[in-house]
Design a protein around this ligand. Structure first.
Ligand code: TYD
Length: 145
């Protein structure tokens, strides 16, 4: 299913007798410069987190181990994506609401981000998000016509 500014991509894997390796190079394997890396782990069974959008940030979410579900949502579409493989990267661009849930006990979610931690880039109130996102995506539609 299509969600604006969201894409699930395959990463190239080098597997041989000795094991598997995945390399990620900025602007080659993912479409942005990487300024920050963080990872989320030890998340409890019924915990749901995220509940925000970013105004400008681009991110790649990679489940290195275990599994996790990601809700991605805009005013016009939504999807729930199950990440179970270190070979998949979920690219989330600006103005996409996200929630992360159903972490398996062993889940490790790696996040590559295009910028430093900038609190002003967050929108954590869904009503505010919906208003800004409609204006943002409506402008994009005007440009593409
Ligand atoms: P938060 O953004 O609330 O996590 P999530 O969206 O996954 O629920 O971040 C949790 C805490 O970590 C919060 O106190 C902010 C801090 N934090 C940083 O200091 N740097 C970072 O790069 C991130 C993503 C979070």
């Amino acid at each position: 299913m299509y969600v604006e500014n969201v894409q699930l991509i395959d990463l190239s894997m080098h597997s041989d007798f000795y094991g598997s390796l995945i390399a990620i190079e900025e602007l080659q394997d993912i479409p942005f410069n990487i300024k920050r890396v963080y990872y989320i782990f030890d998340v409890g069974k019924d915990i749901r987190r995220g509940f925000h959008s970013h105004r400008n940030l681009q991110q790649a979410l990679i489940c290195l181990h275990g599994s996790v579900k990601i809700l991605v949502k805009t005013p016009y579409s939504k999807d729930n994506i199950l990440l179970t493989s270190p070979q998949k990267a979920l690219l989330i661009g600006p103005m996409v609401w996200r929630e992360m849930y159903d972490f398996s006990p062993d889940a490790v979610l790696l996040v590559l981000a295009s910028d430093h931690f900038i609190p002003d880039d967050y929108i954590c109130d869904y009503t505010v998000y919906a208003q800004e996102a409609k204006a943002y995506f409506d402008t994009q539609k005007d440009i593409s016509i």
